[in-house]
Design a protein around this ligand. Structure first.
Ligand SMILES: *Cc1c(COP(=O)(O)O)cnc(C)c1O
Length: 463
């Protein structure tokens, strides 16, 4: 254990303090006795250098996209340019008060309008609401719009929503929260929605279908136009989960595929760091047919997560109309480069060209021998941490037993992709030679291998 791994209370010595401004510079206000603390607050007493080292060390115990490659499938962990942070943190915007008179916040209003127009152009939808503060929040909002659309037409029997078996977990969850019944449509062995399985599900009780394209396996649903025609013919609407809009940016528009409602995750595709629970922004876009049901005003109390919207707009404007078209192809190129480079050592269940992400199904040779269990996807993920890479998404989607889902994103250089490929090869060799060593990985991280469930459900975040 390093000295500064100690708790800050263990570093505390009576009388130590950091620099503070001399008293009397500002206006001092006497608090009424009733509001004052009875006993002094139990705070650690530490010098400035101890505080700086303690928190800097703590910040380095975690892995972030600023410390290394983060190929997390289904979550688009791209590098977020610092210029967007600077713009979002500009005092002209952070100093605004949400209750200021409208005529004094025309600049902020222009940000919202410009972002609305940019997202409409990128997706092929009419207008956006910036009310929802996360992707799942956007899904719920979108499904409520879908229900309202049907109810306004007196079509109250539409209580079911179709969700592919490859869908992101939030899709069925949002539908359930919205009070809709979930009907699962199967995928074919090639990973695409089975249109023949879909047809008999369609009827007067179907509110719509939730899809993402490319789907969660990173595959483009080539029959999307036929699916859209079938769903519309039965009176349903198409909901597009656009959390990971990355591969389509500037290339293909969900609005042109026939979708009626979509949400985007500004905190994945449009340059806000994510993970750890926020802040996020899940704007919902609608096609003309659903426009009358869009809520006005289109921002939530205090104008949504405005900083996230600022970053999104800064990202779009710094790239510009031409360069944003390169984001998708580069993300797709990177994913296919890794996929093809490792398919001799990692099992590739669906060998076709992928979009921004793809799925392996464990190792070709996992090292299993008499009495020695083979290396699992969990072992591979843990071992990657020893080499300074974040693990890909594992055991999702549920279509494969040892799913390892890789999404490199467009912000990584070829050198980084090559380094990842080399490490993945080395791990495959280690698995063949010494799977036991992989079972106990990671070996160099501050925390080794916590129980996955307990660590998620009952995390110990303080001593
Ligand atoms: C991340 C994600 C979501 C959910 O977004 P949150 O902001 O985490 O609620 C929904 N769908 C897909 C495909 C995603 O990747």
């Amino acid at each position: 254990m390093k000295y500064y791994d100690k708790l800050i209370f263990e570093l505390s010595r009576p009388g130590r303090s950091a620099y503070s401004l001399p008293k009397g510079c500002g206006k001092e206000i006497e608090l009424p006795a009733a509001l004052r603390r009875q006993a002094p607050l139990d705070l650690p007493e530490v010098s400035e250098v101890d505080v700086v080292r303690h928190y800097t060390n703590l910040s380095q115990m975690n892995f972030g996209v600023d410390t290394g490659f983060y190929p997390l499938g289904s979550c688009t962990m791209k590098y977020n340019p610092k210029i967007n942070e600077e713009i979002a943190a500009h005092p002209l915007f952070t100093g605004l008060h949400p209750l200021q008179p409208a005529e004094t916040v025309e600049g902020a209003q222009e940000v919202i309008d410009t972002l609305d127009k940019a997202l409409a152009a990128i997706t092929g939808f009419e207008h956006f609401t910036f009310l929802p503060c996360a992707g799942a929040h956007g899904e719920l909002t979108g499904l409520m719009l879908m229900r309202e659309y049907h109810m306004a037409r007196g079509d109250s029997a539409r209580t079911k929503v179709i969700v592919p078996d490859s869908a992101h977990g939030t899709n069925p969850a949002s539908a359930a929260v919205c009070g809709l019944e979930i009907v699962v449509v199967k995928s074919r062995p090639d990973g695409l929605v089975d249109v023949e399985d879909l047809k008999p599900l369609l009827g007067p009780d179907i509110a719509g279908i939730m899809m993402t394209n490319p789907n969660t396996l990173g595959l483009f649903e080539r029959e999307i136009r036929q699916i859209a025609a079938l769903v519309h013919e039965c009176g349903g609407l198409l909901y597009y989960d656009g959390a990971n809009m990355n591969p389509l940016l500037g290339k293909v528009r969900p609005g042109d595929m026939g979708f009626d409602i979509l949400h985007l995750n500004l905190h994945k595709t449009f340059s806000t760091p994510h993970g750890g629970g926020g802040p996020g922004s899940g704007p919902v876009g609608v096609a003309k047919s659903v426009l009358p049901y869009l809520r006005i005003p289109v921002t939530s109390g205090f104008h949504g997560n405005f900083g996230v919207m600022m970053r999104g707009l800064a990202y779009i404007l710094t790239l510009g109309k031409e360069n944003i078209k390169m984001a998708g192809p580069l993300a797709v190129l990177g994913a296919n480069y890794i996929k093809e480079s490792l398919k001799d050592v990692y099992k590739l269940p669906i060998p076709t060209v992928c979009k921004h992400e793809f799925v392996y199904d464990g190792l070709v040779n996992d090292g299993a021998r008499e009495g020695v269990p083979g290396a699992t996807t969990l072992d591979i993920a843990k071992r990657l941490l020893d080499y300074g890479f974040h693990a890909p998404t594992i055991y999702f989607p549920l279509l494969f037993h040892q799913a390892l889902m890789v999404e490199p994103t467009e912000t990584e250089s070829k050198e980084t992709l090559d380094a990842f490929i080399e490490v993945m090869r080395r791990i495959a060799e280690e698995a063949a030679a010494d799977p036991e060593m992989l079972h106990s990985a990671p070996h160099n991280t501050p925390i080794r291998r916590p129980d996955e469930t307990t660590a998620a459900r009952n995390p110990i975040v303080k001593a």
